[in-house]
Each structure stands twice: as C-alpha cells, then as structure tokens.
Design a binder for this molecule. Sequence first.
Ligand code: FE2
Length: 360
Amino acid sequence: MKLVSVDKLEPGMVVSENVYTLDDRLVITRGSILDDKDIERIRSFSLYNIFVDEERKTVEPKVERALENLSYSERLKTTEEFIRFKQHIEENAERLEESFRMLANDSMPLDVDKLTEPVYHLFVEAGGTAGVFDMLHNLRDNSDAVYMHSLNVSLISNTLATWMRLPDDMIHLATAAGLLHDIGKMLLPSEILNKKDRLTPYEQKVMNEHVVKGYELVRVKPIDDHIKNSILMHHEKRDGSGFPFHIKGEKIDEVASIVTVANVYDNLTSRRVYREAMCPFTVIAQFEEEGLQKYEPNAIMTFLSNIVNTFIANRVKLSNGKTGEIIFVNPEHLSRPVVKCGEEFIDLSKSRGLYIEAIV
Ligand SMILES: [Fe+2]
C-alpha cells in the first residue's frame, strides 16, 4: 500500500482504503480499480492523497477512445462490464421470479443468505458503490417487473447503507430487506399486478395490500425482524402520509427507512407503461424539497449528498436544449450543479430558470 497524490492517479490503480471527503462522505470504496471517470470524480473533491495498492491491475477502460464522439451513457453501454452486468441482472431476475413463486406458495424454505448472494456478485460486477448507479441508470429501458425492481432496490439499499457507514450486519439486512420488500406482490391477482395501464382507485387499494400480505407470508418464518418490518413498512412516511398504518417518525423501522428511499428512487427513475422515467435530477430536487418531512433524515441526506457525486463527469441535457458535462456539485443545491457547456460554465444554482432535463 502506498500514498499517492490525487494529481498522480492513473487508470488501473487499486484503491486500498475507503476514500472519504472532509465532511465524511464516501467517495470510492476499497478494492475499486480506478478508471478515468473515478479519477475525475476523486479530483473534484478537495483531497490531496489516497492509498492505493503497490500492484496495478490492467483494466479495459470503461470508455473506448474510438467512441469518444458518443455520450457517456452510449459509451458505457458498449463496454464489456455493462453487457455482462445486464446479462447477469436479467438472469438473476428470472431466477428470483422462480424463488418468489415458490416462497409464495410455501414450497421452499426462506434462506435469506442464499437468496441475497447474487446481489453481492452484481454489486462487485457493477464496480461497487460508485458504479451501481451508472449501471442501473443505463438499464432503464427494461421491464418494470417485480423481480428486476427487487434487485435494483436491493443494490440501492446496500449502497445507501454503505454510504451511511452502517455496520456490516445492518448493510446485509438492508440488502436482504431491499430484495424481499415487495414479496407480497406475488399474492396479488395477476390482472392487477400486470395491468398495462394506470390502476383504478379500487385496484390501487388491492395493490397496496401487498405490504400486509407480504408480512403475513413471512411473519412466522425464522428471519430477522428488520426484514419483516421492511416488508410491512416500506410505504410508510415520516409525516404519516404513507400506508398501511400511517406510522409516523421513529416508529418506522430503521432498515425499512433505507428501503423506502431506495424504493421511491427506483420507482420514479424507472419507466412505467403510463409514464416516462423521471430524470434523476428531478427526483433529487423533489427529495430536497420534501425529503426531511417524509423520509428518515440521515438516510435521505446521505442518499442525496452521495448520489449527486455519482453524476460528476456525466453529460446532461439542460431545459434550454444545451448539453454539457457536470463538473461541480453545489452542496447547498444538490439538484443544481455547475455544468460546462462548450466553453461556457453554467451554475444552475444561479440560473433558476434552467434545469437538468435528462442524462444523455
Ligand atoms: Fe412496495
């Protein structure tokens, strides 16, 4: 292990210790193999040195030089890592469908560790906390089936618990709870679950029963109470506006609070048959506005301050049609970073009429 100046970082170096900002936000995890985007991100913080391994690894750069005229997202989709991750998450979604069906009709014991194991492989394949959102945001044209959503929420819950620097057993519980949170949907009539249109108020009422049905399914099973509570409480909100019991504040399970943030983010940024996916920055703006009333403060603040950093160096389209690259995050206005469009620097915290319309 050696200490290297941030200016001297090169692709292929392996990070030896977790890297945190001065105000304690996780920048990159131990074991990450640096690529150009990671280095750009690390340099955007006021850090001087980080620890890296003596040995380097040769990595296929995520971004091929020959493809430089494509957007970051288009280039990412051509990489081997992305293609492999997409294939594996789809295979795992199929396997999860089978497991969920067997759990729902009680023909399989609930082995949380076995069920959760593939999520950790996907997590490593995505490149750890810094890479998960890159992968997920670019998988958005996928179906909105319960299984894919469950894997997404599990990966996001794991990332959020890691960002919150929770102990390993809590990170594991958040990962498992994220995976199982919607298990009750297996017990809903399929014509409601698979309806390709907006639900009627009655159908929505039936849909909302998935939390109680899911809880009933696992109530007597030998799994941790945090997981059971997450299945029951992942639609509760701190201000009492959630369901099924309108539980308020600290009475909501702490693991459920993590799953709630992951679930809302994944739902809003995913495409639905009756609406387009929302741009992550619109969701971030919404979270900034109502987050502290509705969500557990530590979970939502940690989520927001970290997720915006994963977008540094991404290309975005602004509401005036211009495209540019996010180069700096305003800590006071997380949904309004500084964007470099050609030679022009646009500080969205000062240009209130403008906003980020899409990540391209
Ligand atoms: Fe749900």
